[in-house]
Design a protein around this ligand. Sequence first.
Ligand code: NAD
Length: 319
Amino acid sequence: MRDNILVIGSSGQIGTELVIELRKIYGNDHVVASDIIPSSEEIMSSGPYEKLDVTDADKLLAVVKKHHITQVYLLAAMLSAKAEKNIDFAWKLNMDALFNILNLAKEKIIKKIFWPSSIAVFGPNTKKELTPQCALTEPNTVYGISKLTGERWCEYYFNKFNVDVVSIRYPGLIGWKSEPGGGTTDYAVHIFHEALKNNTYTCFLSEKTTLPMMYMNDAIRATIEIMQTKAENVKIRSSYNIAGCSFNPMQIAAQIKSKQVEFTINYKVDFRQEIASSWPQSIDDSEAMKDWKWKAQCNLEKITHDMLDNLRIKYNISK
Ligand code: NAD
């Protein structure tokens, strides 16, 4: 039997791109997009969409039954910067969403789950360079606490109830097709838009704040690869470290200028600096490489080239 897939949070930064890639692989009719707000025109016009609040367990069950769903990609969450301003709501959304999906698999109503964690599970006392898979996890943000708790529950549901859930700890993600959703690494997307539109950007992180980042193409590929690998290859059922490339605002600004874009960067640090300073600078993803053959392809130069090229087309700006 063919898999039917439900993507929850299809209007967000990742969902916007993931739904389209999944539809290419599984067929448009087999990938149902869902969110509390409408998704992109491309998603809405190319296949099924359901308006769904994932915290509404009854509606969720009805959608799953209606479309004979076998796999769920749960992307709905409140991200790091937004969550610090909505503590109770963020905790409730991030945890209720995950439990609702894990319980569907526990009841054997669905077969497989993808749920993303984040580098936010690490904290200020974690080794910052090449942070290992089993590093100290003492997050000091609501978001990080919710992701670490989620990781523990994923592993628990796998061990106790044989729930086939897989997860990766995304670094900050960069893509040109969609807007970022309120995370601490959003600057690395906004900087490209502002460089082309206004030739200047005011960054909310300081110039030498190095963070692990990843191009969206790599993130989507990692997501689909871990879902498609044989279950026995997945040795870690909490969440895998994955790495793309690491850089700071000064380095990304230099890359933008090297592509003949007239550009100045200014700095006006805000509360997000404290979150960024508590996170790793680079990630050791050797376990993912060993277990399911993960390998990132994009570096900062390629990301800069691709972002500028695609945004020039989007904004109708000539070189
Ligand atoms: P996003 O904020 O861009 O998108 C989340 C989507 O979920 C939004 O479209 C929102 O409308 C939807 N949503 C919110 N509440 C909902 C609800 N109750 N029911 C259904 N949908 C709801 O986030 P994203 O960047 O696409 O991230 C997706 C996942 O990846 C999240 O779990 C996030 O924590 C994780 N992640 C993202 C990054 C990143 O850099 N983008 C990094 C690490 C982890």
